[in-house]
Design a protein around this ligand. Structure first.
Ligand code: HEM
Ligand code: HEM
Length: 222
C-alpha cells in the first residue's frame, strides 16, 4: 500500500478546543468538592469552550462541521460491528461512532455546567461570573450582592426546586446537586469509552489518531 500525502483534517480551533477541554474537565472534576471559586470558573470555561465548539460546528472547516459527521445511530452501530468483526470503513473525519460520542460529550458537558450553576444557586450563593454578571433566575431570588446571599423570603423557588431557609447554606443539597454529580460521573464514563474507541480505531486502521489530533493531519492511503 502506498502511503501518499497527508491531508489536513483538524483545524487549529478543533485541536485547541480538544486539548484545552481535557485539562479543564479534569480540574473541574477534581475540584468538585472544594468550596473556593476555582471549580465554578473552570466549569464556566468548559461551558464557553463547548459553546464555541457548537458555533464552529456550523461555520468551521470541512471536518469540523456537524454536517460532515452527523449520521444515524444505525450507521454508528454498523461501524462498531465492523470494528469488532471485520475491516471497518475508513473515514477521513470523525467515524460514525466517534460522531455520536461527540454529540453526547457536548450535550452532557452543557448539562454538567448548567446543573452545577443551579446547584450553586440552590445553596443560597450567587453563581455570578465575578464581574457583576448574574442571570435573572438567580438574581431575583436574592437581596444583596456578596458571594453568600440572604434569601428574601422563607421559601424560594429556584428553577422548579423548593428550598427552605436553613442555618448553613453550604449544606443545602438540591436535586441539581444530584443531577450535577451524576452527569459529571457519566462524563467520566464517556471519556473511558472515548479513549478505548480511539485506541481500537487507531489499531484497526493502522493510524495514529492521537497524533492527528495534535498535528491536525492524517496519512491518506491510495
Ligand atoms: C488522553 C485523553 C484523550 C485522548 C487520547 C483523546 C483523543 C481524541 C482523538 C484522537 C479524537 C479524534 C477522534 C476521531 O475522530 O476518531 C478526539 C476527539 C474528541 N475528544 Fe478526545 N481525547 C482524550 C480526552 C478527551 C476528553 C477528556 C474529552 C472531554 C472532556 C474529549 C472530548 C473530545 C471531543 C469533544 C472530540 C471531538 C473533537 C471535535 O471535533 O471538536 N477527549 N479525542
Ligand atoms: C465540566 C464542568 C464540571 C464538572 C466536571 C464538575 C464536577 C463536579 C463534581 C465531580 C462535583 C462533586 C460532587 C460530589 O461528589 O459531591 C461537583 C460539585 C459541585 N459543582 Fe461542579 N462540575 C462542573 C461545573 C460546575 C459549574 C459550572 C458550577 C457552578 C457554576 C459547579 C458547581 C458545583 C457545586 C455547587 C458543587 C457542590 C454540589 C453539592 O455538593 O451539592 N460545577 N462538580
Amino acid at each position: 500500500m502506498n502511503k501518499n500525502n497527508q491531508i489536513r483534517v483538524w483545524d487549529l480551533f478543533v485541536r485547541v478546543f480538544h486539548w484545552s477541554l481535557l485539562p479543564l474537565f479534569f480540574v473541574a472534576y477534581l475540584t468538585g468538592e472544594e468550596k473556593g471559586p476555582l471549580h465554578r470558573y473552570v466549569g464556566y470555561a468548559v461551558l464557553g469552550l463547548v459553546a464555541s465548539r457548537i458555533v464552529w460546528g456550523f461555520c468551521g472547516t470541512r471536518h469540523a462541521l456537524f454536517s460532515d459527521f452527523i449520521c444515524s445511530p444505525a450507521k454508528a452501530l454498523t461501524y462498531l460491528k465492523e470494528l469488532v468483526t471485520g475491516k471497518p470503513t475508513h473515514y477521513a473525519g470523525h467515524n460514525p461512532a466517534a460522531a455520536w460520542m461527540i454529540f453526547f460529550f457536548l450535550a452532557n458537558s452543557i448539562l454538567v455546567c448548567l446543573t452545577g450553576y443551579a446547584a450553586y444557586a440552590a445553596k443560597g450563593k450567587n453563581p455570578s461570573l465575578g464581574f457583576g454578571i448574574t442571570f435573572s433566575i438567580v438574581e431575583s431570588a436574592y437581596a444583596d450582592d456578596d458571594g453568600k446571599r440572604e434569601h428574601k423570603g422563607k421559601r424560594e423557588h429556584h428553577g422548579g426546586n423548593l428550598e427552605s431557609d436553613r442555618e448553613d447554606d453550604d449544606d443545602r443539597d438540591s436535586v441539581w446537586s444530584d443531577i450535577h454529580e451524576m452527569s459529571a460521573q457519566f462524563m467520566l464514563f464517556l471519556i473511558g469509552l472515548h479513549i478505548i474507541g480511539v485506541a481500537v480505531s487507531s489499531r484497526k486502521h493502522n493510524e495514529n489518531l492521537v497524533r492527528s489530533m495534535i498535528t491536525g493531519n492524517k496519512d491518506m492511503y491510495l
